[in-house]
Design a protein around this ligand. Structure first.
Ligand code: PEP
Ligand code: MN
Length: 357
């Protein structure tokens, strides 16, 4: 008997939901039209006075049982979405968004990134000279690590610090990676270098400082070259995802995202690894997600723990800085692992990787 009554109430609720849905969409259509008029007249879309008037009217009309406070909360959300509907760009579906898409697999050479295997990218902070890179490449080849990193253009805090070998660094990367059959990744910092970098390097990295360099992002969007986009150290996840959209909306689907720590008040690490970024980005986007554990930490001792945490939280791979003699490295000496430390790191993460590359 009571089941029957509940069933009846539920059907009524379904009908009410349907009506609310229809009315909300109708309301959204109208606010979009208002938005278009305001846009054409250059008028500010957010109108706090009008919003307060609506709250006051609703409070007057409200007969309960919902309290005015609850009504205000519900309508605040409605107003917030109406405002974002007024913005045309907000209504466009984002290409990077997960939606109902399955995980994107980016194929670089014969390595599949995002296909369920955990990928290790390792190599020095900077390409210093051919001998240094050759030593590191030969070590990585012996361990089966498929992708070597190495910065040719180094965005440094101080203009007096080593700035990288520039184009020569790209050339050394190409020669050495060919010699050891490794894939290469290196950062581009300027639109003028993109054409050349495309010839020399397999994956182009956009560093944290350039995450919002929209001209660079747009240019890379016009290519099909695999790009690894790092999160800016002051960027929200939303801003990060929008930056990724700049590349993908240009027509380049070969995109990897990389969390590399954000700036917080904490001083015992160089940056604070935002581990929650990994499951959130996996959920919100369909792109492969990396974690750069070296720049996140800025110190060696916690790198194995951060690598394990990253893989355990769903990262598709990690990036680690290594050097055959970190004490004489020309940049980031304090965070680069030596060969023994890198090998023990691999041992500690093997159990977490079904298919370590
Ligand atoms: C790098 O990976 O070489 C680098 C400079 O990192 P980030 O852009 O994350 O600081
Ligand atoms: Mn570095």
């Amino acid at each position: 008997m009571s089941e029957e009554r509940i069933g009846e109430y539920r059907r009524e609720i379904d009908r009410i939901n349907e009506k609310i849905l229809r009315l909300l969409n109708k309301r959204a259509e109208i606010t979009t039209r208002i938005g278009e008029i305001k846009e054409s007249e250059g008028v500010e879309k957010f109108d706090p006075k009008r919003e307060s008037e609506q709250f006051a009217k609703l409070a007057k009309l409200n007969r309960g049982p919902l309290s005015n406070e609850i009504i205000k909360k519900i309508f605040r959300e409605i107003f917030r979405y109406s405002l974002s509907m007024m913005d045309e760009d907000q209504r466009k579906p984002m290409l990077v968004h997960r939606g109902d898409k399955s995980d994107t697999v980016v194929k670089v050479g014969n390595v599949e990134i995002g296909g369920g295997k955990s990928i290790i990218i390792a190599g020095p902070c900077a390409v210093e000279n051919e001998r240094q890179l050759d030593t590191i490449a030969s070590f990585l080849r012996s361990l089966g690590v498929p992708i070597m990193r190495g910065g040719a253009f180094k965005p440094r805090t101080s203009p007096y610090a080593f700035q990288g070998l520039g184009i020569d660094g790209f050339r050394i990367m190409l020669d050495v990676c060919k010699r050891y059959d490794l894939l290469s990744i290196s950062e581009v910092v300027d639109t003028h270098h993109v054409e050349l970098a495309m010839e020399y390097i397999d994956i182009l990295q956009i560093g944290a400082r350039n995450m919002a360099n929209f001209e660079l992002l747009k240019l890379l969007g016009t290519t099909r070259k695999p790009v690894l986009l790092k999160r800016g150290y002051m960027a929200t996840l939303e801003e990060f995802v929008y930056a990724a959209e700049y590349i993908m909306s240009g027509g380049n689907p070969n995109l990897l995202l990389c969390e590399r720590g954000i700036r917080t008040f904490e001083r015992w690490t160089r940056n604070t690894l935002d581990i929650s970024a990994v499951p959130i980005l996996k959920q919100e986007t369909h792109l492969p997600i990396f974690v750069d554990v070296s720049h996140s930490a800025g110190r060696k001792d916690i790198i194995p723990a951060l690598a394990r945490a990253s893989l355990a939280s769903g990262a598709d791979g990690i990036m680690v800085e290594i050097h055959h003699n970190p004490s004489v490295a020309l940049s980031d000496a304090s965070q680069q692992l030596d060969f023994d430390q890198f090998q023990s790191l691999l041992k500690t993460i093997y159990p977490l990787c079904e298919n370590l590359s």
